[in-house]
Design a protein around this ligand. Structure first.
Ligand code: KG4
Ligand code: ZN
Length: 370
């Protein structure tokens, strides 16, 4: 099973070819990603109009490049998959329409993929994980703890009630005068800082619910910075170190509760996995904290390579592979899956993975990035 994947939900234009052999083993034949960071940098965040236009300009070329690098032609793929949401609607339209057009012209089955499902299933491609497992998705637009029970069977255990974690890093960086995107800049500055100099809050720490909150932490950073302004380089480093420690602490507290919950539900899985995904997963201090937590609770910590944690099309192609294999198993006409004609599917700016969980007020306010 070989699938072309297309991703255009935010500020990365991406195309990839992924293959699955009869043993279920996945291989990435090509994975092309064009980041738009330079285009958005002057604005300190993603501008939807600019993103959509940049996708239009680049996508055809990237699809060609992905096919060439995989040494194949469009006729050689078994299906085409494109992100249909959640994300910025202009960008989604570009990728979805391109995918549908290619599928129609080549008479291939088409799969409209939930971007979050792409993140959720990546560890099955990279590490061959079997269901069930836990996924911590921490990116610029999402902070969620998801119980991945099976394909299409997701339970959201917790989510942010205000800012996404990447957003908190970005806002912290901005108010300290550090460059965009803020996460790497904060991590870098924190290396030279004293994490104990400022005491910052640990939102929701100790509470029984499994949700996250970061806006109070960001406000505390602002207050601290205002009190001691003007800031020296050392002040900035100390605030970054304090912020990162507070995040590591609060994340460990929140995640530990989900690990316990998983144990209660699946007491017979001997060494369950906690998978981390999203751009924030690049942060070494947070990875170390999560690794320590997993060691303590008898979980295996799985962190896919950085380029597969951030937005990419290999994860969309792989989700397409899984969907196509499931359809085959059930002997369905692949191009007319369970949800009717996939060529009729419209892009969705909001599309929760777990349809049963009510949206929380304030969640994903930015709503653009996953
Ligand atoms: O997954 P991603 O590439 O894009 C989406 O949000 O979809 O994540 C980007 C986010 C940004 O908020 C960025 O600041 C954050 O991930 N990030 C980091 C680090 N690298 C990227 N946050 C903390 N530490 C990092 N090293
Ligand atoms: Zn994403």
């Amino acid at each position: 099973m070989r699938v072309l994947g297309i991703e255009t939900s935010c500020d990365e234009t991406a195309a990839a070819i992924v293959e699955r052999d009869e043993n279920g083993h996945g291989t990435i034949l090509s994975n092309v990603v064009l980041s738009q960071i330079a285009e958005h940098e002057p604005y300190g965040g993603v501008v939807p109009e600019i993103a959509a236009r940049a996708h239009v300009e680049a996508l055809d070329r990237l699809v060609k490049q992905a096919l060439a690098e995989a040494n194949c032609e469009l006729g050689d793929v078994d299906a085409i998959a494109a992100t249909a949401g959640p994300g910025l609607i202009g960008g989604l339209i570009v990728g979805l329409m391109t995918g549908k057009a290619l599928a129609l012209a080549e008479k291939k089955p088409f799969y409209a993929i939930n971007h979050l499902e792409g993140h959720a299933l990546t560890a099955r491609l990279t590490d061959g994980l079997s269901y069930p497992y836990l996924l911590l998705l921490v990116s610029g637009g999402h902070t969620q703890m998801v119980l991945v029970r099976g394909l299409g069977d997701y339970t959201r255990l917790g989510t942010t009630i205000d800012d996404a974690l990447g957003e908190a890093f970005d806002k912290t960086a901005k108010l300290l005068g550090l460059p965009y995107p803020g996460g790497p800049a904060v991590e870098q500055a924190a290396l030279k800082g004293d994490p104990k100099r400022f005491s910052l809050p640990r939102p929701l720490k100790g509470e029984a619910r499994l949700d996250f909150s970061f806006s109070g932490l960001k406000t505390a950073v602002r207050q601290t910075a205002t009190e001691i302004a003007p800031l020296s380089e050392q002040d900035v480093a100390d605030i970054c170190a304090g912020f990162q420690l507070a995040v590591a602490d609060t994340l460990s507290d929140r995640v530990s509760r989900s690990l316990k919950r998983f144990r209660q539900e699946y007491p017979d899985k001997p060494m369950p996995e906690l998978v981390v995904a999203g751009g924030v997963a690049a942060n070494k201090a947070l990875r170390a904290a999560l690794q320590g937590l997993c060691d303590r609770y008898g979980f295996r910590f799985v962190a896919p390579p950085h380029n597969l944690c951030t937005d990419n099309a290999a994860m969309i192609a792989w989700a397409g592979v899984e969907r196509a294999c499931q359809d085959k198993e059930f002997d369905q006409d692949e191009s007319f899956g369970k949800n009717g004609d996939p060529l009729d599917i419209a892009p969705r700016s909001r599309w929760p993975l777990d349809q049963k969980s009510a949206p929380l007020i304030g969640t994903g306010r930015r709503g653009a990035k996953a």
